[in-house]
Design a protein around this ligand. Structure first.
Ligand code: GDP
Length: 390
């Protein structure tokens, strides 16, 4: 999917003052660093291009806060021309007047070069603020920023604000929203998820980029953060379990799952039953500084138990992994690999899951439709390239 078309892939850029938290965000979201380890990160001192091989394969450009747009050697066209979304990080625990001034000059400079950029302001480190103070801070930052941009004649800028922290899921949710704006197929994906849910009795379905735990699409029923957190925790659980128990953990294909059950791998069954999801907003013990681990490593390598490669390995296209967690409250979490970057996670009632055959079949249809959506895009691109070459 993503190996081609490197140039035209949406690019995401992360900016902000020194010590605002950019490197921490990058490490926690894209490199599975645990939040407490960020305390020892060295501050950013150079432009840092991070190529992330996930579904969208966006780049995070980590800019030092001291960048001067008015320096004539600073090539704004080269820097902002290709950017899809510019994420500006503000440390909410600090005096943010300087950050706001910098945000303003950044928006002005970037918008001039590329009016299609979406500007995303992360009001960051809100874990240290009380609820009231959070709301006041957001209101103040939002008001000041929009007023100043309006004074500069830029009221049409696409600007959105998020309250974020690396110590909970808010940073992942914010990134999900940012990334979704950059996916042109989003309405089609949402529609496919709606159809899947309606025909299978599924209550909520997310399409996750497994490496980053960002969801790139969901059905149109409202997202409550608890469902999102449980699904994203499920990915952690599956990664941890598969690295500990290997083959026993996950059915690499349907027959594999049945075999595993018959083999009596009680460990996994036990894990399923014990996991009641009550620690919805906790951080699962992540595996330290492990690099991004692609879903295929966690799902498809049944014969290579526990191996965690940094590059997706596809043993065969038939190897569709899936995993089921039954929770104490009668909810079932159902995860299925969609392609080498994406996993579908559904929340449904245990009664509904009794008709697993139907659900498996509908998920299969969903996957085929997804393939077609991206195949169409590829075909369209090839056609355009051929036309351009003539
Ligand atoms: P950078 O210079 O913008 O790259 O900032 P760093 O990523 O080096 O972060 C500076 C400090 O902020 C580090 O000590 C981080 O641990 C801390 N930090 C980052 N994100 C958060 C957050 O969400 N909450 C809190 N409380 N601290 C954070």
């Amino acid at each position: 999917l993503a190996d081609e078309d490197r140039e035209s892939r949406p690019r995401l850029m992360l900016m902000g003052l020194r010590r605002s938290g950019k490197s921490s965000i990058q490490r926690v979201v894209f490199h599975k660093m645990s939040p407490t380890e960020t305390l020892f990160l060295e501050s950013t001192s150079k432009i840092n291009k991070d190529n992330i091989h996930s579904f969208i394969d966006f780049q995070v450009w980590d800019f030092p806060g001291q960048m001067d747009f008015f320096d004539p050697t600073f090539d704004t066209t080269a820097i902002f021309g290709e950017v899809g979304a510019l994420v500006f990080v503000i440390d909410s625990q600090d005096d943010y007047m300087e950050a706001l001034a910098r945000l303003h000059s950044t928006v002005v400079a970037a918008y001039r070069v590329n009016p299609n950029i979406t500007f995303e302001v992360f009001i960051h480190k809100v874990d240290g603020l009380s609820e009231d103070y959070k709301i006041d801070t957001q209101r103040d930052i939002q008001q000041t920023t929009t007023d100043e941009l309006a004074d500069a004649g830029l009221e049409n800028v696409q600007l959105a604000f998020y309250l974020t922290s690396i110590y909970d899921h808010s940073i992942f949710e914010a990134f999900s929203k940012v990334i979704q704006k950059l996916i042109p197929q989003l309405p089609t994906l949402e529609n496919l998820l709606n159809i899947l849910c309606a025909n299978s009795g599924i209550e909520k379905a997310f399409l996750f980029d497994v490496i980053s735990k960002i969801y790139i699409a969901t059905d149109s029923s409202p997202v409550d953060s608890q469902s999102y957190e449980i699904c994203s925790d499920m990915i952690d659980v599956i990664i941890d379990i598969s690295s500990i128990y290997g083959r026993a953990a996950i059915g690499a294909k349907s027959e594999g799952y049945l075999e595993d059950q018959q083999d009596g791998h009680d460990d996994w069954t036990q894990q399923q039953d014990d996991y009641d999801g009550s620690n919805g907003n906790s951080q699962h013990p992540r595996q330290g500084t492990q690099d991004s681990r692609p879903p295929s490593a966690l799902v498809s390598n049944s014969s290579r138990a526990g191996s965690l490669n940094n590059h997706p390995v596809r043993t065969s296209d038939n190897h569709e992994a899936f995993s089921v967690i039954k929770m104490g409250n009668g909810t079932v979490l159902y995860l299925r690999e969609v392609n080498k970057y994406l996993a579908l996670i559904c929340l449904l009632r245990a009664e509904t899951f009794e008709k697993q055959g139907l659900i498996d079949y509908n998920v299969h249809c969903f996957k085929e439709a997804m393939d077609q959506v991206f195949e169409l895009k590829r075909a369209e691109r090839t056609r355009r390239e051929m036309e351009a070459n003539q």
